[in-house]
Design a protein. Structure first.
Lengths: 499, 221
């Protein structure tokens, strides 16, 4: 019996044992798995990441990380002869082979392992001082590198911000004047707000033995550098680096963020985008954000993050608003924005007309006599129409389909004289129907014209191209301008007919 | 790169032309430099350093010169040199240990480069000479008024001096002086002499076993 019991209990006990073992195993496995995952995450974080670097005007993608990392950055110093203007070359000293040097993008708290490689064919020793570094010399003494050698230097990016890096080997002014600078962005842990476009622009001043646009290979001019009289002030190291086929691009509605640095060595930049107001500026690249900025000052050895929204299509010039530098030293770039017009923000058409009211050289000459008859009004109105109205409504009075309504044979014009007077004085915006066709545009007010001019132009329009209506008088315009109702006696019917 | 080479070639040619007109037709291989002084670009004390009379090679040591040396002193050949005396690139522009080869920089009459300070010093000693001091070299290089005493090719390639690490030690308040900008500006006697700055910067970046593509030497006695 005992034996039977024992024999019977054996498998049960075994089963219980096995199952409990298995159960413990499961728990252990789960715990181990969790530990393993955590270790893997930690190991992943500790595993060096190779920093992606870009040349201007490109910006590396944001580090999509939730924790700090060990980032390895490789920079090769190259002394290279490149164009500085169309017919002019210059021997630049560069981080990576171009001016400015490659853009470095890390996250606050990252450990950055920087390898500085000085190409064997270079003449000079070089180093790197990153303004993102906390410590004497900003890394320069740790990275002083002879030609054909490499140094390695590790630092922690303690502070967020956009920082300049540059060579600080003696003679430092010459190294910077030759183009040895770039930007390093230390992103806040939460990252920067998303935008549609990010660009990298860096200003620098250059000192050549020959004058502006002097052809051929130009040597560095020490005296001009000491006198702070640059031959060139440039964005991204060459005239034309950001214009023509090299212009930056965006679409209407894009939020555009430009990381702007100023390598100097001497000039302070008055950075401005013509036709844009910066929504936000990280002043001097730090965490102070200012809104609604027209021009921002960027010190030599400083930077700024500027952001604006492209609302109107067209070409936007970025300049150093110390403006002779833009026109005579090369400090111009352009941003081409594509997309639909926004005439309510920026009128789509230029309106041009003679201006004769102010004092003229012939001030004492008698003016033209005021038209007296309807025929004289039509004749005078034709001139006003030609210079003011024809650009949109066309000389034929037929307008342009889908854009500018016709006046010739226009039911809309002829139906209501008072309304027409109101429109020329106050403008018109929104959908209307003219001869059965829909229009939805904007006509700007023409109230800057005199009562006579407006009266004559309306009289002309109401009596041309087959239109037949009564005249509009200057008194009627004046009354409408003053907000009074039109005298009833002048309010007569009119007809329109299409030719 | 090409342009720079042109520039160097031009400089060399210019220097050669100068010496051709100002030096005797077949000058002695060494120039005698009278006692004088030298004004270092970086100073901590005296602004002018006295330099005793000395002799210095008119031209840098060439590939052909150095080939004869390594053939006679095998311990300084590319194959046999002890790693502590030179980096791996030692005489790397030559075709082999005993053949200069066709590289332009390896031409027999071109200044020898890719030599360490140890090897340069050994060459001079083997020829009964020594490396010039920084003060001696600079006294010659800055003697524009004396037409460089007939010494040639001072701006072709960089050149070793015996006390090349002076810049990082003797003239500096700390070893970082030449390594970044602040310290140099504070101590400079003539902040506009950028060529002198470049030379000091280059020397201070060196270690005795370094070999550079554009660093050679000449001897003094």
């Amino acid at each position: 019996m005992n034996r039977w019991l024992f024999a019977l209990s054996m498998p049960v006990t075994t089963a219980v044992l096995i199952s409990s073992l298995a159960w413990r195993d499961c728990r252990t496995i789960r715990r181990e798995e969790a530990d393993r995952n955590e270790r893997a995450a930690a190991a992943e974080a500790a595993k060096p990441i190779r920093g992606k670097l870009t040349f201007a005007p490109e910006v590396p993608p944001a580090p999509q990380r939730t924790r700090e990392a060990h980032v390895v950055v490789d920079i090769e110093v190259k002394e290279v002869t490149l164009p500085i203007a169309d017919e002019t070359t210059y021997t630049f000293w560069t981080f990576g082979g171009r001016v400015p040097g490659q853009f470095i993008r890390v996250r606050q708290g990252d450990t950055v392992e920087l390898h500085l490689k000085n190409a064997p064919g270079n003449r000079m020793p070089h180093n790197i001082d990153l303004h993102a570094v906390t410590g004497p010399g900003g890394g320069a003494p740790r990275t002083f590198t002879a030609p054909g050698h490499e140094t390695e230097f590790t630092f922690q990016a303690l502070r967020q911000g956009l920082y300049v890096y540059h060579c600080a080997a003696a003679p430092v002014g010459m190294h910077i004047a030759n183009g040895m600078y770039g930007l390093i962005l230390v992103e806040p842990p939460e990252g920067l707000p998303p935008v549609e476009r990010e660009y990298y622009v860096m200003q620098g001043d250059f000192y050549t033995a020959g004058g502006y646009h002097a052809a051929g290979l130009q040597a560095f001019d020490v005296q001009k550098a000491i006198d702070e009289k640059p031959t060139y002030v440039l964005f991204n190291g060459a005239e034309g680096a950001l214009t023509g086929k090299n212009a930056l691009h965006a679409n209407v509605g894009d939020r555009i963020r430009i990381f702007v640095g100023n390598g100097g060595p001497n000039m302070v930049s008055s950075f401005h985008v013509i036709g844009a107001i910066f929504d936000r500026v990280h002043r001097e690249g730090g965490s102070t954000v200012e809104s609604d900025v027209q021009t921002t000052l960027i010190p030599s050895g400083g930077a700024a993050i500027v952001e604006f929204t492209a609302k109107v299509p067209g070409e936007y010039a970025m300049v150093d608003h110390s403006i002779f530098r833009a026109f005579n030293k090369g400090a111009v770039g352009s941003i081409v924005v594509d997309g639909p017009q926004a005439p309510d923000v920026y009128a789509a058409q230029t309106i041009e007309r003679p201006y004769t009211e102010g004092p003229t050289a012939f001030a004492e000459a008698p003016g033209e006599p005021k038209p007296k008859t309807k025929e004289e009004q039509i004749e005078a109105g034709a001139k006003v129409f030609a210079t003011t109205c024809a650009a949109c409504h066309q000389p034929s009075g037929r307008g342009l389909a889908n854009a500018f309504p016709p006046l010739a044979g226009s039911d809309y014009l002829m139906a209501d004289k008072e309304r027409s007077i109101g429109i020329v004085l106050r403008g018109l915006k929104g959908p209307i129907s003219v001869n059965g066709a829909a229009f939805d545009g904007i006509m700007p007010p023409q109230s800057h014209l005199s009562d006579d001019d407006l009266a004559n132009a309306l009289t002309f329009a109401r009596n041309s191209w087959g239109n037949k209506g009564e005249e509009v008088t200057a008194e009627e315009i004046a009354a409408a301008r003053a907000g009074k109702p039109l005298p009833k006696s002048n309010h007569r019917g009119a007809t329109a007919s299409l030719h | 790169m090409k342009h720079r080479r042109h520039l160097i070639a031009w400089t060399l040619g210019f220097a050669a032309a100068l010496s051709a007109t100002d030096a005797p037709a077949s000058p002695a291989p060494m120039a005698a430099i009278p006692a004088g002084s030298y004004r270092p670009i970086l100073v901590t004390g005296a602004k002018s350093i006295p330099v005793a009379a000395f002799r210095i090679d008119r031209a840098p040591v060439t590939n052909a010169d150095f080939l004869r040396f390594v053939q006679a002193h095998r311990e300084w050949s590319r194959e046999q040199i002890a790693p502590i005396y030179a980096e791996p690139g030692y005489l790397g522009h030559w075709q082999s240990a005993d053949v200069l080869g066709g590289a332009p920089r390896a031409a027999p009459d071109r200044p020898v480069v890719q030599v360490s300070w140890f090897a340069a010093r050994a060459y001079c000693v083997a020829n009964g000479k020594r490396l010039p001091t920084e003060a001696e070299w600079e006294r010659v290089a800055t003697a524009r008024a004396d037409k460089f005493f007939g010494v040639r090719d001072l701006e072709g390639v960089w050149e070793w001096v015996n006390d090349f690490n002076n810049a990082a030690t003797a003239f500096a308040n700390g070893s970082d002086a030449m390594r970044f900008c602040g310290a140099t500006a504070a101590n400079a006697t003539d902040a506009t002499d950028f060529i002198a700055f470049e030379r000091v910067a280059l020397r201070s970046s060196l270690r005795a076993r370094f070999v550079l593509e554009n660093l050679g030497f000449r001897c003094a006695s």
